[in-house]
Ligand binder design. Structure first.
Ligand code: ZN
Length: 490
């Protein structure tokens, strides 16, 4: 018998629906269509600027008390952002205080008030307000560009111009359209768009001077309508595995006037290293927010601290080479793991230097320095070198037979664990970071005792160091008598 073709009527309606359903779900959604529909749903099509503010909690990224712990907790009395999408510009103002006593960051110690700060980015320039003056902040550029283009409407605009790819994903019983894109050299992101067309989640990856490719998750919820523009009242963000923001917005103003112009001194900024010879073969390297010290040894140079990012570190290492021609920088001593102080260590690895840090930070650095830096390969990634790290526990002495350099671990600091200071016994010079930052020359001692300065004095006395001058890794060289005055001693 000849087989007969099955008549279409033999297929049940249910089977037909299943087949059609399967066919309809096979092709990937068109990313451009999905993004335009979401932008329409969120009222972003004609949105040129937006200003919003609120308050909540957070954590100070990169300032953990101990390497690997969560970022120190913060309370935000205010966080305000102004965004200008047409000019790729963002302004952020905040007031924040500590909600836990330990860890670093430019926030007054617990119970000592709040820090207010203002930061900007426009195009490829980032800067901060220091009083009323603008100070270039190149280390913040990547993070602020990321913040600008991971705003709820900004992420759609960024995806639309960067060859997006879309797929459907189901999570928690909800069908999302997930769109992936790369902002070249800046960040990669995956945007989750819910069935109503709202951006509810962004998984992003941005380059960082310490942690390399750094993962961030941003959640947006509780969308409300502001004159046709949908905006989430809640933003929750974690970065490098720990929370950084949990903000509830109260005030949202679509198309508010936003005027962000790059100041000339920011546009023309380049790293400047001002060297000051403080002893025979010892130079204090200032000229920025963070200082370094170069120490000449018999056949090499030791640099204490390569801070911030590749650009600062490269300028410091170049100055060390200029000051001591013909001797390589073979060792870079890191005061502690906080990202502003450790941000140039990767460049020091590229230079061929051995890193010296605390025994506590060593495994942490080994782990994060092994992260790829694929979004924007840095000096270390391009050099192909890997870090060689010495971890100091308690004390370690480096000597060339003439000069001696001692690395000491401080005890009992609320600022950091694995907090190292460097002592030059012959020169009676002490190098320390963040434990004491002298005010402007001639200024009176601080009105309230600072626990970190008190702790520094305790450590100096415990070790019996007869200090003449202190070389702080912020601010200026100061005599020991000034530190004693700062802690209420004669
Ligand atoms: Zn610190």
């Amino acid at each position: 018998m000849r087989p007969r073709a099955m008549p279409i009527q033999a297929l049940s309606l249910a089977t037909l629906a299943l087949l059609l359903g399967a066919c309809a779900s096979t092709p990937a959604p068109d990313a451009m269509t999905v993004l335009r529909q979401a932008e329409q749903a969120m009222g972003g099509t004609t949105l040129k600027t937006i200003a919003y503010s609120g308050g909540g909690s957070g954590g100070t990224f990169g300032q953990a008390w101990q390497p690997g712990l969560a970022w120190p907790g913060l309370s935000y009395s205010m966080l305000a952002r102004q965004v200008d999408y047409e000019n790729a510009a963002l302004r952020e103002d905040f007031g924040r205080s500590r909600s836990e006593p330990t860890g670093g960051g430019a926030t007054p110690l617990m119970g000592m008030g709040e820090a207010r700060a203002t930061g900007f980015v426009r195009g490829g320039n980032a800067w901060n307000l220091a009083g009323t003056a603008a100070a270039a902040a190149p280390v913040a550029t990547d993070a602020r560009i990321h913040d600008l283009w991971t705003t709820p409407h900004g992420v759609l605009k960024a995806a639309l111009r960067n060859q997006p790819r879309a797929e459907r994903r189901s999570e928690g019983g909800v069908q999302y359209t997930v769109v992936a894109f790369n902002e070249p050299g800046r960040f990669a992101a995956t945007v989750w768009i819910d069935p109503a067309g709202m951006v509810t989640r962004i998984d992003s990856r941005l380059p960082h001077p310490v942690t390399g490719d750094t993962d961030t998750r941003t959640l947006y919820s509780d969308y409300r309508d502001f004159g046709g523009v949908k905006f989430p009242l809640r933003m929750q963000q974690s970065q490098g595995e720990h929370p950084v923001l949990d903000i509830t917005f109260k005030d949202v103003k679509p198309n508010a006037p936003v005027d962000i112009t790059v100041p000339d001194n920011v546009r023309n900024f380049s790293e400047r290293v001002a060297s000051d010879k403080v002893a025979d073969g010892v130079w204090f390297l200032a000229g920025g927010s963070h200082n370094s010290v170069a120490i000449e040894m018999r056949d090499h140079v030791i640099v204490v601290e390569t801070p911030l990012y590749d650009g600062r570190s490269a300028a410091v290492l170049a100055e060390a080479r200029r000051l001591v021609p013909g001797k390589p920088v073979k060792m870079v001593i890191n005061s502690h793991h906080h990202f502003d102080h450790a941000g140039g260590l990767r460049a020091a690895v590229a230079e061929g230097a051995t890193l010296v840090t605390s025994a506590m930070a060593k495994p942490y650095f080994e782990r994060v320095f092994a992260n790829p830096n694929s979004v924007n390969p840095d000096l270390m990634a391009r050099s192909g070198k890997s870090a060689s790290i010495v971890g100091v526990s308690g004390k370690q002495v480096f000597s060339d037979g003439n000069r001696t350099v001692e690395v000491h671990e401080m005890q009992g600091s609320v600022h950091a664990q694995g907090f190292m200071m460097v002592w030059l016994p012959k020169e009676r010079l002490l190098i320390e970071a963040d434990a004491w930052t002298p005010g402007p020359a001639g200024s009176p001692p601080p009105p309230a005792l600072n626990a970190n300065s008190v702790n520094l004095v305790q450590n100096i006395e415990r070790l019996g160091l007869n200090v003449d001058r202190i070389l702080p890794l912020h601010s200026r060289v100061a005599p020991m008598s000034e530190l004693l005055a700062a802690v209420g001693r004669k």
